[in-house]
Design a protein around this ligand. Sequence first.
Ligand SMILES: Nc1nc(=O)c2c([nH]1)NC[C@@H]1CN(c3ccc(C(=O)N[C@@H](CCC(=O)O)C(=O)O)cc3)CN21
Ligand SMILES: CC(C)C(=O)C(=O)O
Ligand SMILES: [Mg+2]
Length: 276
Amino acid sequence: MTESVLYGGTSSARVRIHHLQQAKERGEKWAMLTAYDTYSAAIFEEAGIPVMLVGDSAGNVVLGHTSTVQVTVEDMLLLTKAVTRSTTRALIVADLPFGSYESGPQQAFETAVRLMKEGGAQAVKLEGGVRVAPQIKLLHDSGIPVMAHVGFTPQSEHALGGFRVQGRGAGAEQLLADARAVQEAGAFAVVLEMVPAAIAAEVTKELSIPTVGIGAGVDCDAQVLVWPDMAGLNGGRVPKFVKKYADLRAELLRAAQEFAGEVRGGVFPGPEHSFD
Ligand SMILES: Nc1nc(=O)c2c([nH]1)NC[C@@H]1CN(c3ccc(C(=O)N[C@@H](CCC(=O)O)C(=O)O)cc3)CN21
Ligand SMILES: CC(C)C(=O)C(=O)O
Ligand SMILES: [Mg+2]
């Protein structure tokens, strides 16, 4: 496992993407996590996470919005800069936020260039299938690596009628058409969000590019989770597809309470934290 090229040195984005492609061919799975700040990104890189997504889920988990719809390009730039300042080996992908690419390929190009030039991202992600294929094609032809995102696309929650599994029944054909369209347009990978496991397995088999699942079963080539969800920082309800690998909320709550208690009791700072 440690021999895997996925966790190697500081190769170019193009070479790293080629390694993701080779991993699919070998049947070697990999993990992606979201990242929004400099410390956590450095930790995930040390943990051997080969791809990080500066997700517009920041709208929910960092900025306190009710959805990703309110997130701006300026918000994404701030977060992307923080992540790219502390990482060297991971491939950093930045989400194009709602409203920054839908009107056409030129708009998508201009936003992607900002996230790469100013933010330091090595790739971008956008939501949609057939509908955004022209955007993906222009970015790809311009040398910008694109990750696609089909199935449940949170930026369209209002159009889709809420948080719903996509690709069930007759929806399977549309999902397959979307997945084929983004591959054809030049995407290097595609996120499958909230798709029945059997359909995601079929898409994964059908496509030559890696699929990254979130609520899409175990047969995807890779998996992604929103890090505050998987680390248990989120105090509210989490989607069914989340597994909690830690309880950071409890740990942080305890630390903050203990600090406050020691200050109230005159215990902190001790002599070892004070200057003569
Ligand atoms: N914290 C967080 N985690 C995420 O995974 C996430 C975000 N925020 N923000 C952006 C999108 C929105 N996503 C979401 C948000 C909610 C559900 C949800 O409530 N799912 C329910 C209902 C599923 C159904 O009824 O079919 C679930 O129980 O999974 C799913 C995906 C995924 N992304
Ligand atoms: C859930 C992932 C795929 C995402 O788009 C995000 O975090 O914004
Ligand atoms: Mg997103």
